[in-house]
Design a protein around this ligand. Structure first.
Ligand code: HEC
Ligand code: HEC
Ligand code: HEC
Ligand code: HEC
Ligand code: HEC
Length: 344
């Protein structure tokens, strides 16, 4: 499904925050394409480097680093994420430091009727307990020649809204090697999918599950060892749910197994479409018919990838994840029908 794109060369599981800079520096995806400095926005402590590059203007620094080749930009950063990326060092209050999120959340709030949203003065504390994570755990693309990191939320966070945004601006990440289709690669839309689930709906933040409170002597602190909540069910879930650990684990597993099975069905359907499409290209089929099937490949691929690239395997929003995969299967099916219909 990713033929012709660096993700077909090297694509691994995520791991702890401390590895973010090394894993990005050494992925084989760096060897097959020249990546831009934009990549570092979510993989390094960029606040100080941005302000230095921008001569005290965070956004100017962001723009300058985006346009550098990765290897040059890499020299300006030293560390993976640090305290000041989420905290104001003077007050220790939560704060947002990432330009792409500041712009993205402003465009999202605008369609919800809130004008000129300034995240650092207008967000509630509970919002910030998710927004600090949404600085990075989101779908993104590089806009234009200047490779500006952009979060595609100006029409909303639902997958259909994001798809419409990309179609309107004719965004493509690459062209499929076997079918010639202009495609999109979805990446880690944790914030978007969480937003569609019962926990977001009930006001439960990323930090509630991934940074649960723990006692150290007389103090109650937030666990900064950010990882799978299943390693920590007692503090991550049982604060709110009075089911046993086994029961909680079983509920998560059931959701994840259903999602994974449906994801495999969607992948098989997409690969069938890709095979049929690449064969059809060599036949006497009309360009209109081919393009119609390509249009469906683009949708089937992005929908499937949206759940595939999301790291909770459906848990953050179980029904929505299954709906998206079912739609993907339908798009693959419609793509095949487009190739087979005679009267076009
Ligand atoms: C919007 C923030 C953001 C940007 C920009 C970004 N990443 Fe990531 N990256 C993440 C997050 C979050 C994860 C962990 C979740 C995951 O692996 O899906 C990750 C994981 C990774 C990983 C480890 C897992 C894997 O995919 O093999 C690599 C390598 C990586 N990114 C490379 C890159 C490169 C290269 C770029 C630039 C083209 C880039 N990243 C741009 C947020 C980002
Ligand atoms: C500066 C960008 C950034 C921010 C902010 C950020 N993350 Fe991440 N996160 C990443 C990247 C990149 C990775 C993957 C690192 C790798 O695989 O090398 C990751 C990995 C993870 C993992 C996988 C850990 C593991 O052990 O497998 C979890 C869980 C996670 N992040 C949750 C969160 C939560 C919750 C927040 C907010 C409290 C958050 N992240 C804030 C970029 C970020
Ligand atoms: C109700 C609790 C809950 C909330 C809220 C929540 N998550 Fe999760 N998250 C989970 C569970 C459970 C998993 C699955 C862990 C597993 O499979 O080991 C998970 C998985 C993840 C992973 C992959 C972890 C890994 O080990 O690879 C990331 C990254 C992540 N969540 C980020 C986020 C972000 C960002 C938010 C907010 C936008 C969020 N989560 C909100 C419970 C939650
Ligand atoms: C990915 C974002 C993130 C990073 C990085 C981060 N924190 Fe936090 N921190 C949080 C969140 C979320 C809370 C909970 C704040 C709240 O509920 O108001 C928190 C809370 C705190 C608190 C208040 C007491 C508590 O534990 O609730 C202190 C102190 C703190 N962090 C220190 C640090 C230090 C020191 C570092 C660097 C070693 C750091 N943090 C890195 C997100 C982060
Ligand atoms: C801060 C409170 C809070 C935390 C922490 C929390 N949840 Fe929830 N959870 C809720 C609320 C509220 C609902 C909505 C249903 C309700 O009102 O009971 C819910 C719903 C659920 C449901 C769906 C129930 C259904 O059938 O609709 C599951 C499954 C679930 N949670 C599992 C977990 C797991 C696993 C964790 C830990 C990773 C967790 N929750 C952490 C508050 C929480």
């Amino acid at each position: 499904m990713w033929a012709g794109y660096p993700f077909a060369i090297d694509y691994r599981e995520d791991r702890g925050h401390d590895y973010m800079l090394d894993d990005q520096t050494y992925t084989k995806r760096q060897l097959v394409v020249k990546q831009p400095g934009t990549c570092l926005h979510c993989h390094a402590s960029v606040y100080v480097p941005y302000t230095i590059l921008g001569k005290n203007d965070l956004f100017r620094g962001f723009e300058r680093m985006n346009q550098m080749p990765f290897t040059e930009a890499r020299k300006y950063v030293q560390r993976p994420i640090t305290c000041i990326d989420c905290h104001d060092p003077n007050t220790m209050q939560l704060r947002i430091t990432r330009p792409a999120f500041i712009e993205g959340i402003r465009s999202l709030k605008a369609i919800q009727g809130i004008k000129n949203f300034d995240v650092n003065t207008m967000a509630t504390r509970q919002e910030l307990r998710s927004f600090v994570c949404a600085q990075c755990h989101v779908e993104y693309y590089f806009r234009g020649q200047e490779k500006r990191l952009t979060y595609p939320w100006a029409k909303g966070l639902l997958i259909g809204s994001i798809m419409r945004y990309y179609d309107e601006y004719a965004v493509k990440d690459w062209i499929h090697k076997e079918t010639g289709t202009e495609l999109l690669k979805a990446q880690h839309p944790e914030f978007e999918l969480w937003n569609m689930g019962i926990h977001a709906r009930s006001g439960v933040a990323c930090a509630d599950c991934h940074m649960p409170h723990k006692r150290v002597g007389a103090m109650k602190i937030s666990d900064h060892h950010i990882r799978s909540p299943l390693l920590n069910i007692n503090r991550s879930c049982q604060i709110c749910h009075h089911w046993s650990e086994e029961e909680l684990k079983a509920r998560v597993k059931t959701i994840q197994e259903r999602t994974f099975k449906m994801r495999n069905l969607a992948m098989d359907a997409l690969v069938d479409l890709i095979n049929e499409l690449s064969k059809a290209q060599k036949s006497e089929i009309s360009v209109e018919q081919l393009n119609k099937a390509r249009w469906y490949q683009r949708k089937a691929q992005f929908y499937l990838d949206f759940v595939e690239a999301e790291n909770s395997t459906g848990f953050h929003a179980p029904e929505e994840a299954l709906r998206i995969l079912a739609e993907s299967i339908n798009f693959s099916h419609l793509g095949q029908l487009a190739l087979r219909s005679k009267n076009q």
